[in-house]
Unconditional design. Sequence first.
Length: 202
Amino acid sequence: MNNPKIEREIPDREPLLVVDIHDRVIGSGAKPDVHKARQWHRQSYVIITGENEKVLLQQRSPRRQFDPGRWTTSVSGHVTGSDSYLVSARREVHEEIGVESPELIYLGKVLAYSETEGEICGGPSAVFVGFLQVGVGSLSRQEAEVEDVDWFSIDDLEAALSGASELYHKGERVEFSQDFHPVFEFFLDKYRTSSKVPSDNE
């Protein structure tokens, strides 16, 4: 039996600022046009840490244009119009997992993007971290964008990203989005060396 064809999402035309690799604004355009033109644009990523050195990840919906069905940070999203990175990050927490945003700590910026069919999504991106004590059953997924959410051990994720081991979730091998790699490696560096990153040990 053939698997039913998954209908991909149709991107909305929300306005994005076009930036250079140093995050200087050089133009603007509607999201699908910016993607097709392979222009850098701003994104916000949030990594939510929890008890026992775990982080919350989300699995992207199989309908997503970029990295469908792959696992990525707790939440992420485009910085639209004149919004700040922080405003975008807080909004995405509420929209994608249905909780009020915890206090978010800015860790810095990293170049993160994904590619598909000649298009690019991403660019200079702000990375935030926050702490939550919540069970996944208490979260309300944005079903159009998020297939699943769960807590993962930081050590297991680090081993999987390095190629030292494979990671499985509900019997299926975890595959990460393209942009997850630079963002999570940036987070790991801060997590191992900085007292700013929140944890349940504080």
